[in-house]
Design a protein around this ligand. Structure first.
Ligand SMILES: *Cc1c(COP(=O)(O)O)cnc(C)c1O
Length: 358
């Protein structure tokens, strides 16, 4: 077996909600630790699934996700050949690492960022080179990354907005960066949270993709579309790169129910717009609160907010006892809170005020 695999700690997935509730003896538990959509899923998804032809259960699904592929290609104004689908972005991250990394290569990423990038680099026997984010703004350090590129660098992971900081970078700034990256390095721009960006009208890197054949864009249905359970993510890239991915991926990775759910969700943009609008309103309330309470945080353009608290584990424990689960362990003294409903937000802010007073 691969020697490096022996040293890897397995990812600890979110404990099922019912299990946490039972373990802690809680009546109510709101999970604000996984950046799921607190407003649920579009009703159109339910309708589409109820209309699914159950007599097709014995048939393999459409391995090309033809309808979904065409719908997304049309929406993004790209060719169907530019798209690669995965069982969530998790699978796309694994595939990109599996295909483009060789033992001894290096990947470059921001610290902190989404943990899956480093995990798959380690599985492939690669060195993970971390570049700390700007401590003031939480933004990526583009100059810092450029300085760390070597002949061995093969992938640069750029999460935008970044998880867990929530910080967003404009596509022109990213394009400026990509233009300085050698062509042998793949720059993967993870837009898992791009729908939540409201500071600017055209937030995506997509219009720049044509110009940079070594750039890859990733999107998921798990966040703003509220489909985390269905596991649908995709990448947009040059047809030549996509063909390598298609050759290596499992032929039937997306089952029919996932394809059906994603297509229905895609066709209900009102649900997405509503979710984004409610999130934006609540995100503003959080930023106002944190600023007034003198709690250090980064300006978020995602559906979560990252803040620094003197006794972060203590605060997380207190909130959990009150039925609110936050994400800890991403950076010392910092917590990540998924922006939830306005009612829950108000309650949590009251709880924090009480904790601060005592
Ligand atoms: C949630 C998340 C993903 C993974 O999404 P799935 O499509 O559910 O696998 C990818 N990237 C980032 C930054 C995320 O936060």
């Amino acid at each position: 077996m691969k020697e490096q695999v022996k040293g890897i700690e397995s990812y600890v997935p979110e404990e099922p909600l019912t299990q946490v509730k039972k373990r802690l003896g809680l009546k109510k538990l709101v999970r604000l630790s996984a950046n799921e959509n607190p407003f649920g899923t579009s009703n159109e998804v339910k309708n589409a699934l109820l209309n699914w032809n159950f007599s097709e259960g014995n048939r393999y699904p459409d391995g090309n996700a033809t309808q979904l592929r065409q719908a997304i290609a049309t929406k993004l104004d790209v060719q169907p050949e530019n798209l690669v689908f995965g069982v969530g972005l998790d699978e796309i991250i694994m595939l990109l690492s599996h295909i483009f990394l060789e033992k001894g290569d290096e990947v470059l990423l921001t610290k902190p960022t989404f943990s899956e990038y480093a995990l798959h680099a380690e599985i492939e026997g690669c060195k993970v080179v971390e570049v700390p984010c700007n401590t003031e703004t939480g933004g990526h350090s583009f100059a810092g990354m450029l300085a760390k590129i070597t002949a061995k660098t093969k992938i640069i992971w750029l999460c935008n907005p970044n998880n867990p900081t929530g910080v967003y970078e404009k596509p022109a700034a990213i394009a400026d960066f990509v233009a300085q990256v050698p062509a042998y390095v793949l720059v993967v721009i993870d837009e898992a949270y791009i729908h939540y960006v409201t500071d600017t009208k055209a937030p995506s890197f997509l219009p720049f993709l044509d110009k940079y054949p070594n750039a890859v864009l990733m999107r998921t249905f798990s966040k703003a579309y509220g489909l985390a359970n269905y596991r649908v993510g995709y990448a947009v890239m040059a047809a030549k790169l996509a063909a390598y991915m298609q050759a290596v991926r499992l032929p039937y990775n997306l089952n029919a129910l996932s394809q059906t759910a994603a297509l229905a969700a895609l066709n209900d943009q009102k649900f997405v717009a509503d979710s984004v609008q409610k999130t934006e309103r609540e995100r503003k309330a959080w930023e106002k609160f944190l600023t007034a309470a003198n709690i250090k945080h980064f300006h978020s353009q995602a559906n979560f907010i990252f803040f620094k608290y003197p006794d972060a584990p203590g605060l997380a424990d207190m909130l959990l006892k009150n039925g609110y689960q936050l994400r800890r362990g991403l950076a010392k003294d910092w917590l990540r809170l998924t922006i939830g409903t306005a009612a829950d937000g108000e309650k949590i802010r009251e709880l924090i005020k009480t904790q601060k007073r005592s």
